[in-house]
Write a new protein. Structure first.
Length: 97
């Protein structure tokens, strides 16, 4: 399961996706801190496949969590070399121009 939150302004659509089990947690690995804040990520709880399917409708995507990032890689939305890992948690961003 994953949480998705979509925000729209003008022609831009921001999609935030996170694995459900990491919502509200903070991961700190030397210089990088990833905060999975509820106010940013907590929207609708859905399946990972449905969450990743929303990428098509978005211009900016922020994905955090091993399950969701791996699915985005599998579907061809994210290149594996564009992923960072903090405390074992995967994070990726997509910006469509």
């Amino acid at each position: 399961m994953a949480y998705v939150k979509m925000r729209k302004w003008g022609k831009q659509v921001l999609l935030a996706i996170c694995d459900a089990e990491i919502l509200g947690k903070t991961f700190n690995d030397s210089d990088i801190v990833l905060e999975v804040k509820e106010e940013f990520y907590k929207g609708v709880k859905t399946s990972i496949d449905e969450a990743i399917g929303l990428i098509e409708q978005s211009t900016i995507v922020n994905i955090i969590g091993c399950n969701t990032v791996k699915k985005a890689i599998e579907k061809g939305y994210v290149h594996p070399e564009a992923v960072i890992k903090v405390c074992g948690i995967l994070h990726a961003q997509i910006v469509k121009m």
